[in-house]
Design a protein around this ligand. Structure first.
Ligand code: ARG
Length: 456
């Protein structure tokens, strides 16, 4: 492969450690697109004659149909996707194939291929996120007024609305969406034409190849262009944060679908049974989504570690940039699709949610607020008196609204019957009208704002 400089074949172990075709075949389409753009530019600049350019173009199209059709034979001896494609081109069109690599190196070639591939994944992630946000908006809209317990420390805190809880995830995923879009804008510069690292003496037109491949402009520094993998790191970092969000939501679905909570019912389509326990219906899809972060964050750490301390420009270490990004992207896209389908299919058990919201003294804060508002009590004092009332209810094994007025007045004589108005969960959520609060009116406004942003 290396022409005149070499006399001996590589050792089998060298071939095994050196070859990347086992995974970089994923880049076949991008490699062919990049080569077509490069050949067209060489012809346009008079570096390649039209006849050779046409032969190269047709040969590349033939190779792509062979790869798509599964008839292409990938060879480990040919090391990587670039050499596999070029060798096949030589078989098909003969000597002109050797002109394709003019003014190009595998260093700018692989950076371009990989960038094109990551760009596609950013686009797929954006689509996946949009679909999930839409599914959450539907849930939020249906349940803008449904009442459920809000938790801190996974202990009942205050009543909230189902819609509000769904919209919390919309906000999180909305930030992921913005990070994905932002990363795409920043990465969209074309490395092709940087050649090995220093540029080339041929009169190439880097703007032309950049445009042909959908980039905004050529990368400005050839040394940086061949050694930069920020685009993959940013994708992985963004994917990791998104996977954290998916994992948190998945965990809630696992808890909520348990027999102890029964907040939701997951459809049979997204559950599995047990081979021994006939009664079981397990939330496997949610559990797997919960676990995907392991691979995705692992890929992020792995690539950061590969890049750290690499001197400029290209080193073969950079071949170790791809495999885990491929896996992380598959995991993220599949996780988003599975979550979207599960959210679309799940049923909230409204009665259970509301009953749970009313238990655990969830309106104690409303009671304290009432003491402040009606009796002009300092909040700290109101907090203390409410604590005493909660203790009383706990001793009597009842909830706050079950205490009699006389019992309440026994703790503080100025309490009146109006206090019972604030102890119900519906009044509680309706009263939280502060910006970003759980009141159905606020939640509806949030949903409307998001629907508009999503073009719905
Ligand atoms: N397979 C290589 C990679 O993935 C292609 C670039 C090889 N460049 C080189 N100078 N050996 O990085």
């Amino acid at each position: 492969m290396w022409g005149g400089r070499f006399t001996a074949e590589p050792d089998a172990i060298m071939e095994a450690i050196n070859a990347s075709i086992g995974f970089d075949w994923h880049l076949a389409r991008q490699d062919i697109d990049g080569s077509r753009a490069h050949a067209a530019m060489l012809a346009h600049q008079g570096i390649l004659n039209d006849k050779d350019a046409e032969a190269i173009r047709e040969g590349l199209l033939t190779i792509w149909s062979e790869i798509k059709g599964g008839t292409f034979t990938f060879s480990t001896a040919l090391e990587d996707i670039h050499m596999n494609v070029e060798a096949r081109l030589r078989e098909i069109i003969g000597a002109p194939a050797g002109r394709l690599h003019t003014a190009r190196s595998r260093n700018d070639q692989v950076a371009t291929d990989f960038k094109l591939w990551v760009r596609d994944q950013l686009d797929a992630a954006v689509q996946g996120l949009e679909a999930l946000i839409r599914a959450l908006l539907s849930q939020a809209e249906a349940g803008a007024e449904w009442i459920m317990p809000g938790f801190t420390h996974l202990q009942t805190a205050q009543p909230v609305t189902w819609g509000h809880h769904m919209m919390a995830y919309v906000e999180m995923l909305g930030r992921d969406l913005s990070r994905m879009r932002d990363a795409r804008v920043r990465m969209n510069e074309c490395p092709l034409g940087a050649a090995a690292l220093a540029g080339t003496s041929f009169p190439i037109d880097r703007g032309m190849t950049a445009r042909a491949l959908g980039f905004d402009r050529p990368a400005a520094n050839s040394i940086d262009a061949v050694s930069d993998r920020d685009f993959a790191l940013e994708f992985l970092a963004t994917a990791s944060i998104c996977a954290v969000h998916l994992s948190r939501f998945a965990e809630e679905l696992v808890i909520w679908s348990s027999a102890q909570f029964r907040f939701i019912t997951l459809s049979d389509r997204f559950s599995t049974g047990s081979s021994i326990m006939p009664q079981k219906k397990n939330p496997d899809a949610a559990e797997l989504i919960r676990a995907k972060i392991g691979r995705i964050l692992g890929a992020n750490v792995a690539l950061m570690t590969v890049m750290k301390g690499l001197p400029l420009a290209y080193s073969k270490d950079l071949q170790e940039d791809k495999e885990q990004v491929f896996d992380a992207a598959d995991s993220l896209i599949l996780g988003l699709a599975a979550m979207t389908a599960m959210v679309g299919d799940m049923t909230a058990n409204r009665a259970t949610l509301q009953a749970a919201a009313a238990s655990g003294f969830s309106t104690a804060t409303d009671l304290a607020d009432w003491l402040v508002r009606t009796l002009d009590m300092p909040f700290r004092k109101a907090h203390h008196i409410t604590g005493v009332l909660v203790k009383l209810a706990e001793d009597k094994e009842c909830d706050l609204p079950d205490l009699s007025l006389a019992e309440m007045q026994g703790i503080h004589s100025a309490i009146t019957a109006e206090v019972f108005d604030v102890l119900g969960v519906r009044n509680s959520v309706a009263s939280r009208t502060s910006y970003g609060g759980t009141a159905p009116s606020r939640v509806r406004a949030q949903i409307a704002r998001w629907k508009e942003m999503m073009g719905q």
